[in-house]
Design a protein around this ligand. Structure first.
Ligand code: SAM
Ligand code: SF4
Length: 332
């Protein structure tokens, strides 16, 4: 699929649930009023959408949430999406709490890559950022220790692991060099994502990618831009001498990357969004449940892609916070 700005759209992010076992301060700190079972798309509905979109040109699928692994059957869904004709890669983004538990099953299902969201290596800061421990400190410690155990295996897995860290000034900004250091001895990639002012995240200050790059250079030496671009996302990657893995920066605020955007986002209630900065899109759930044919749905998706806007601008027109919503609803 080509949009009207000549961008190839071949990547679909699917939020399979709005629920999560963490309460990140910039995402859903007070929890959510979860959608009911009937409101979210069933796996059959998700698979039908994937089967319709693959012939339109979708090649890569990311399974995300909320926390995808809290929805029963997520592993089987990964396998089924992976076996859909035309789909080449299926990856997952997880907060890591249940990753180790499901790791062997996810690998058997054919996952092509794992993104682990990890904002801190400090247990206390983990509790502060994620709210883990609100059910009792022991629960928080257990969650953190699950994540650390996954990290211990991350460098030796048969698929690439990317660690995503959202730096927040005054919260985890003092440990970014240590987090980057995870890419030194194992081949994992560490990526720093600029905090986007979506929903409650607007209350916090992120750290620009260039500031982190300057910090890392003082600690580890020069960052060399990578010629080849690993993955299908908007990250810019760098090598550091002596590092087995790469360092990446995803900078939606300081380096708008809309010009190379290749993605659509399917929310758990079936809204297909062409851009995360707007709360508008195509209500696929209504089409599916009102008896629309596959051809009719494909036509509606093609029309949505043709209308995909040029991009977001978090600092002015045409972005409006009232129009967007938190990442867990969008398929972040
Ligand atoms: N629960 C899973 C996880 O945390 O990886 C998947 C969903 S989560 C919404 C996906 C990613 O979005 C996480 O890496 C999270 O840190 C990031 N995220 C959430 N809100 C964000 C924001 N306002 N700006 C930038 N990244 C954000
Ligand atoms: Fe859950 Fe991910 Fe949101 Fe954190 S960022 S609350 S782990 S969905």
């Amino acid at each position: 699929m080509l949009d009207s700005f000549n961008r190839t759209i071949d990547y679909l992010r699917i939020s399979i649930t709005d629920r999560c076992n963490l309460r990140c301060m910039y995402c859903m700190p007070r929890g959510i009023l979860p959608l009911s079972h009937g409101e979210i798309l069933s796996y059959e509905e998700i698979l039908r959408i994937v089967r319709i979109m693959a012939p339109l040109g979708i090649r890569n699928v990311k399974i995300t949430g909320g926390e995808p692994l809290v929805r029963r059957g997520a592993v089987e869904l990964i396998g089924k999406v992976k076996r859909t004709a035309g789909i080449e890669k299926v990856t997952i983004t997880s907060n890591g709490v249940l990753l180790l538990h499901y790791l062997d099953d996810i690998l058997r299902a054919g996952v092509d890559g794992i993104n682990l969201s990890l904002d801190t290596l400090d247990g206390e800061t983990f509790g502060r950022i994620t709210g883990a421990g609100t059910d009792g400190p022991a629960a928080g410690r257990a969650f953190f220790s699950n994540i650390r155990s996954f990290l211990d295996r991350a460098g030796n897995l048969p698929v690439p692991v990317k660690i995503n860290c959202v730096p927040i000034r005054g919260v985890n900004s003092g440990e970014l060099a240590v987090i980057a250091g995870l890419a030194k001895n194992s081949g994992v990639f560490v990526r720093f994502i600029e905090l986007m002012p979506l929903g409650c995240a607007a209350a916090f200050e992120g750290v620009p990618g260039r500031e982190i790059a300057a910090l890392l250079e003082t600690v580890y030496g020069p960052l060399e831009p990578c010629r080849e671009k690993p993955g299908n996302g908007p990250a810019s990657y760098y090598s550091i001498k002596g590092f087995a893995g790469k360092i990446g920066f995803i900078s939606p605020l300081s380096h708008n990357f809309c010009g190379s955007c290749n993605r659509l986002r399917l929310g758990s209630a079936g809204l297909l969004r062409p851009c995360l900065a707007y709360n508008t899109g195509l209500d696929l759930r209504a089409l599916l449940r009102n008896g629309e044919t596959d051809e009719g749905i494909a036509r509606a998706i093609t029309a949505l892609v043709a209308e995909k806007g040029q991009g977001h601008d978090f600092f002015g027109v045409p972005y409006s916070p009232a129009e967007c919503t938190e990442m867990f609803r969008i398929g972040g």
